[in-house]
Design a protein around this ligand. Sequence first.
Ligand code: SAH
Ligand code: SF4
Length: 355
Amino acid sequence: MKENKIEYIDFERALAAAISGEPLSVAWLVPLLDAAGQNETLLILSADKVRASTMGDSVHLRGLIEFSNYCRKNCHYCGLRKDNKKVGRYRLSKEEILECALKAEKLGYKTIVLQSGEDLHFSTEIMSGIIKELKEKTKLAVTLSLGERDEETYVAWRQAGADRYLLRIETTDPAIFKKIHPDSDLEYRKNCLYTLKKLGYQLGSGVMVGLPGQDALSLAKDIIWLKELGVEMIGIGPFLPHKETPLKNEKGGTLKQALRLIAVLRLVFPYAHMPATTAMGTLDPLGREQALEAGANVMMPNITPTAVRPLYEIYPNKICLDENADKCFGCVTARIIALGRTVGADYGHVIRKKL
Ligand code: SAH
Ligand code: SF4
């Protein structure tokens, strides 16, 4: 009931509040997230301007290796959920992962992202071995995105040499979180993020846009929480309903919603690394380009072997399923150059001192 009394300020004042770095408040975050027409254009242009001045024109490439689609969880939105018996499951071997990584380094990647379902086959020890070998045999920055594990495991992987960790909170709304996560706990997931931060990982999180029951107020609260967490990389993408999941009949998120959220995030986190996610490319062939012009400064081309790539179907109609790593690198580079931007030549580590 209290929330009905929030007094939202008008768009112009809201934009000024964001640009001048005022303390975060739903009173100005919501009008920005809801911006339409000319206001929406102005929001996006403002975010692009901030991105240019803080992060420059380079777009950092992170090569994504989806190394296992086994998952112990049953998230209601995800095609990899345990109860989806229609998906053929696969795991890449350590040798296959290394081969992918070496190829990526040769192509010019500076970072690889190892992502999977929550697959306990990749135990603390097995993963540590993989990370160590990657760090010994390459100069790549290694980002992990393996979901929720205990502190001991996160410690071991950090000691093995992992540089970064991505774990989206998905939503901080307790009711929505509970509804779509039959076997996860919001507080536990938040704690994972606090632990990762404490351990010195470069920390990435983010949310999905367009979840059932989510509105601009809910997203505004997510932003406030991400700020409190001190997130350094923010991945956001539209929720895309998958037909083999309980949320198959939901509407899902739109590209516009995602673009507005990226723009607001760029204003609030001037120095965060933010990818133009593949989910945006699924909604529109130029979705990733639009994201790069709304505040994003990272792309994550898929370098998973094409033989298994279609099986990592977290959402439907994923793009670039049959492009090999070389072709992908060329395509993405051309897209970046066409925007008048450049491919990042350095590691694109997080920028800590300015946060
Ligand atoms: N198992 C790990 C990493 C793999 S899932 C984890 O859950 O953290 C990576 C991301 O895919 C999730 O964080 C979620 O934000 C996104 N995702 C899953 N299903 C999706 C869907 N149907 N539409 C859009 N994004 C989805
Ligand atoms: Fe598993 Fe991650 Fe998909 Fe949830 S979102 S079902 S944890 S792969």
